[in-house]
Each structure stands twice: as structure tokens, then as C-alpha cells.
Write a protein that binds this ligand. Structure first.
Ligand code: PLP
Length: 387
């Protein structure tokens, strides 16, 4: 069996055609493909406003920026995430803190959040923004997090890098019903791809207006926003310190094409997840628990080894799987354990659920083009290694 990766993109002729069409057109960037992609995402997710950007990491930066995060402002996120969830706020100079995860969903725990908020209120240092991460594609307990935001006065940015197409209480992630903004990633291992790419959805027009200016150097061409009359058709003004965080037309065209295939991708991901649930029952594994109010996008299928019942370490299981060409991966090393973040005073034991989860987790291969034969091979190999 050829090496089976934990995730990979699915591209077909229609995707390749969409990209080559842009290459043959007049515009490689700042043409019609980006607004078309934004419109398609709005139509699919129900997002009121959408701003495409060069990747989700800068999307998280801009989301924090437009929500007014200033140096020293507290921003809280999950320790069980990719570094970018915290880095985006750090680019604004935020003081990062973490809220431990729920040991069933592996998502930021609303109960831990409430306890931490009560303590923070006593200390007079409430967060400005909280960034829940829809880990593996399963939405967080957003309603409770939203209620807490109303009570304690913080903004919410959903890190939905894993969760395009996921649903919470019957709505697609991206509507921002329980948040100010939602950030998607279109990196190739994610649920759909633009190669590099991200998008910020929001329900607030004021935020969307700022996002569109900040992703392109802080420039506006709208006379209403200028401090004096236009000097001619060429005229623009820089009204803020923005960035070049634009998505190109090449990337956006790939995104619009992939979005047409997203429901197919999700269907196959859900099928593969269901197969794993059935086939892995009875093994010394904790399978991914799903909340009844959520429908996961199944970016990842993460299992936890019940190590006391297995006479091997997690490293041994990982290595044996890789030797058999099963490309399992580990998501995630808790962010507070990274040297860059430990310099802010975090230490081992600060977020025990995330640390305990990290010690035992393995993400099994899962991607739309994975064949039944490949999945059966993964299951058979895992069974042999765990027996
Ligand atoms: C991949 C990922 C990001 C960053 O996405 P990019 O588009 O690669 O910048 C952010 N958060 C999480 C949880 C991710 O998995």
C-alpha cells in the first residue's frame, strides 16, 4: 500500500479549468474572481458579509484588529489548536491566555470559560476577544459562549479553519449568529482548498467595511471616506495602516470551483467517519464524541489511545503505523507548551485536559478521495498494532 496521508486536497479537471481560465484572462489579482468567491461563500454559508484574504492566519489578525484589540488586551483561545489561533491576536500585541478544553469534544469548554470569566471579573481583567476553535470540524458550544459574551462584554471570533460546511443548531458555520466574525482556512489539508487562502465572515457591516480597507494597505476609493474632494479618477487615499493581505484571482477561482464540490466532499468525509465509528468500536480507543446539536465537517478523525490498556507508547503506535504507510498525524501540541508562549509564564499542567488529550491522540487518515480499500487497510493495520 502506498503511503496514505492524514489529509490531502481533491482536485479535478473542473478545478484546473477554473484556474487556467484566470491565467488566460486579464486579471491575476484584483479582478472579478475574488468578489465572485466571496459571494459564493455567502450564498453557501449564509454569512451576511465576507472578505477573502491570503490565508486564515492573517484573517485572524485582521479580525482581532477590527475588533479593536490593542497591545496588552487579553484575548483567550483554546490550547488545542494550531498556533495561528493565538498568533493572530499576538500580531495586535494581545496578552494571550487559554481556556482548557472539554475532554469529550476537545473544544474550548464553555464551563471552563465561565469559571475563568468569574475569576477574571474579580481581578478586573476581562478578555476583549475570545476565539473558540471548531476542532476537527465540530462546532463549539456557541450559544453558551455567546451568552457569556453578552454578560461579560467580550467579542467572539470563531476559528473555523476546520469547519466550512459544519452546522450548529441547524445553521451553517459562517452565519455568525453567535459571534462577531468567523475565519475559514482553505489550506490544502483543510475541507476545501484555494492552495493558500482564508476568508473572514461577519454579520457586522462596519467590521466588513474596515476589513476590506485593511486587507489592501488601508486604501479607500470611496469619496465619502476621504478627508477632502477627489482629485480625479486615479485618486485614492490611505486612511489607515493596512496590509497586503489580498487573495489573488487564481486562488479565488479555485475556491469557487471547490465550493461547488464541497457538499460531495462533506458527504464522503461523513461516510468515512461513520465507517471508522463502526469498525473501531471495541478497540482500546476513545472515538470522537459528537454533540447532538452539531454536524461536523470532519476535517479530522482524532482518536485517543487508551494507553493503560495498550502495551505500547503513543510514539510506538505512531511509528508502527507510519512503517505500514498509514500517515497518522498529531493535532495538537498544546499552544501554551510552545517555547514562544511559555515565555509568557505558561507551564506544564496549566491546561490539563488539553495536555492529557495531546498525550494520547492520533488523527487517522481522512480525505474525500480516500478509497474504501485504503480505509479498510488503515483499520486492519490499526487493529493489528493495537492487539
Ligand atoms: C490551518 C489553521 C489555521 C491557519 O490557516 P492558514 O490558512 O494556513 O493560515 C488557523 N487555525 C486553525 C485551527 C488551523 O487548523
Amino acid at each position: 500500500m502506498k503511503k496514505i496521508p492524514y489529509g490531502r486536497q481533491s482536485l479535478d479537471e473542473s478545478d484546473i479549468q477554473a484556474v487556467t481560465n484566470v491565467l488566460r484572462s486579464d486579471w491575476l489579482t484584483q479582478g472579478p474572481a475574488v468578489p465572485e468567491f466571496e459571494e459564493a461563500i455567502r450564498a453557501y454559508t449564509g454569512a451576511p458579509f465576507a472578505t477573502a484574504v491570503s490565508n486564515a492566519s492573517v484573517g485572524l489578525h485582521l479580525a482581532c484588529l477590527v475588533l479593536g484589540v490593542k497591545p496588552g488586551d487579553p484575548v483567550w483561545t483554546s490550547p488545542n489548536t494550531f498556533l495561528a489561533s493565538a498568533n493572530g491576536a499576538r500580531y495586535c500585541g494581545a496578552k494571550i491566555d487559554f481556556v482548557d478544553i472539554d475532554s469529550k469534544t476537545y473544544n474550548l469548554s464553555p464551563e471552563h470559560l465561565e469559571l475563568k470569566l468569574k475569576q477574571a471579573e474579580k481581578n478586573g481583567v476581562l478578555p476583549r476577544v475570545v476565539i473558540p476553535v471548531h476542532f476537527a470540524g465540530q462546532p463549539c458550544g456557541m450559544e453558551k459562549i455567546y451568552q457569556l459574551s453578552q454578560k461579560y462584554g467580550f467579542a467572539i471570533v470563531e476559528d473555523a479553519a476546520h469547519a466550512i460546511g459544519a452546522e450548529y443548531k441547524g445553521e451553517k458555520i459562517g452565519t455568525c449568529t453567535y459571534s462577531d466574525a468567523t475565519v475559514f482556512s482553505f489550506h490544502p489539508v483543510k475541507v476545501m482548498t484555494t492552495a493558500e487562502g482564508g476568508l473572514i465572515a461577519t454579520k457586522r457591516k462596519d467590521l466588513d467595511d474596515k476589513l476590506k480597507i485593511l486587507r489592501t494597505h488601508g486604501i479607500t476609493r470611496e469619496t465619502g471616506l476621504m478627508n477632502k474632494q477627489s482629485e480625479g479618477p486615479w485618486y485614492y487615499q490611505q486612511i489607515d495602516l493596512g496590509y497586503n493581505y489580498r487573495m489573488s484571482d487564481i486562488h479565488a477561482a479555485l475556491g469557487t470551483s471547490q465550493l461547488k464540490r464541497l457538499d460531495q466532499f462533506l458527504k464522503r468525509r461523513r461516510e468515512l467517519a461513520t465507517n471508522y465509528f463502526h469498525a473501531l468500536e471495541g478497540l482500546p480507543l476513545q472515538l470522537p464524541w459528537q454533540h447532538a446539536e452539531t454536524l461536523s465537517a470532519w476535517h479530522l478523525y482524532a482518536v485517543c489511545l487508551k494507553l493503560p490498556k495498550i502495551k505500547k507508547t503513543r510514539l510506538e503506535v505512531y511509528e508502527e503505523l507510519h512503517r505500514a504507510n498509514v500517515g497518522v498525524q498529531i493535532h495538537y501540541i498544546p499552544v501554551h507548551r510552545q517555547p514562544y508562549y511559555s515565555q509568557f509564564g505558561f507551564k506544564v499542567g496549566d491546561f490539563p485536559n488539553a495536555e492529557k488529550y495531546y498525550e494520547a491522540t492520533l488523527s487517522l487518515p481522512l480525505f474525500p478521495a480516500m478509497t474504501d480499500e485504503e480505509q479498510n487497510y488503515v483499520i486492519k493495520t490499526l487493529k493489528e498494532i493495537l492487539s
